[in-house]
Ligand binder design. Structure first.
Ligand code: AMP
Ligand code: ZN
Ligand code: FE
Ligand code: FE
Length: 271
């Protein structure tokens, strides 16, 4: 029995519907799935039904964009109470930040001479939690870039001409919020940051786990984070970070988290 606990749908910057995602997971033999869209839980109830219809265990989730001393990182929340009023209120606040940022970045692209409108982006995004990939898709659709990656490399990445900063929760606010919603907090894809020094302060703030198994983690990297998880007595999670088919082959099921780790998560959330 395997799990994939890091997945996106069109409720943020993925391309699949919950049903399409659950179906891809079923085809690949995944028995447990979590939906972890960026700063939103909007797709979770639909995904719960889609999983239930396919005999797949569903874990509610969200990927929170946070900052720790000015550094941006992603925290995954699992087993969240989807009715938690404070969680809903905080997510809505940061979704508004995302929507405003689309206007600001489109303004910069207009100054650079590109004829794109916020509505182009918000129409393609069609969700409450739009992000830079939606801007990139419009740049590609209009022929201004050959690929999503090119749009990031030339314009959208931090430091590039259309980039604007985005206000974020602090890591400790996000961890407290996840706990208030009854969930577990996990640092997402630590191997991508080259900043293992963030782990200790996160542990002090109440971090519950490390995403050790991840598409872009090499085997030595995975082993390194398994060791750190053991050292800090943290849970181990894993997932593919599938965004649908906008980045080539769908990644779902490419990372297989053994069910024993899911059982440990369940034990931790119930105590
Ligand atoms: P945002 O949420 O607006 O800050 O955009 C960040 C998201 O863009 C990440 O979570 C990734 O899913 C995606 N992303 C980052 N870099 C790239 C890239 N080079 N090509 C395509 N997507 C990217
Ligand atoms: Zn994403
Ligand atoms: Fe991420
Ligand atoms: Fe992700």
């Amino acid at each position: 029995m395997y799990a994939d606990l890091h997945l996106h749908t069109h409720y943020s910057d993925g391309t699949y519907t919950p049903e399409e995602l659950a179906e891809r997971g079923r085809e690949r033999g995944i028995k447990v799935m979590s939906l972890t869209d960026h700063d939103t839980i909007d797709g979770c109830k639909q995904m719960a039904v889609a999983c239930d219809d396919r005999n797949i265990e569903f874990i509610s989730g969200c990927e929170f964009t946070v900052e720790l001393e000015g550094f941006e990182l992603h925290l995954l929340g699992y087993f969240l109470d989807l009715e938690c009023a404070r969680l809903i209120e905080q997510l809505e606040k940061y979704q508004a930040v995302r929507q405003n940022r689309i206007h600001e970045m489109v303004f910069k692209l207009n100054e650079l001479g590109f004829k794109i409108t916020s509505d182009d982006v918000l129409d393609i995004a069609n969700c409450n939690s739009p992000g830079r990939p939606h801007i990139g898709r419009v740049m590609v659709a209009k022929g201004y870039c050959r690929s999503l990656d090119e749009s990031f490399q030339k314009y959208l990445k931090k430091g590039k001409p259309a980039w604007v900063p985005k206000s974020k929760m602090t890591a400790s606010q996000a961890i407290n919020l996840i706990h208030e919603a009854g969930g577990l907090s996990v640092i997402a894809h630590p191997g991508l940051y080259h900043r293992d020094d963030v782990i200790s302060p996160l542990v002090v703030a109440g971090l519950d786990g490390i995403e050790c198994f991840y598409t872009r983690h090499s085997t030595p990297m995975t082993e390194h984070y398994l060791m750190l998880a053991e050292q800090h007595a943290l849970l181990v999670t894993g997932g593919s970070d599938c965004h649908g088919d906008n980045k080539g082959q769908p990644l779902i099921g490419g990372v297989k988290l053994p069910y024993a780790y899911v059982e440990k998560m369940k034990l931790a959330v119930s105590t």
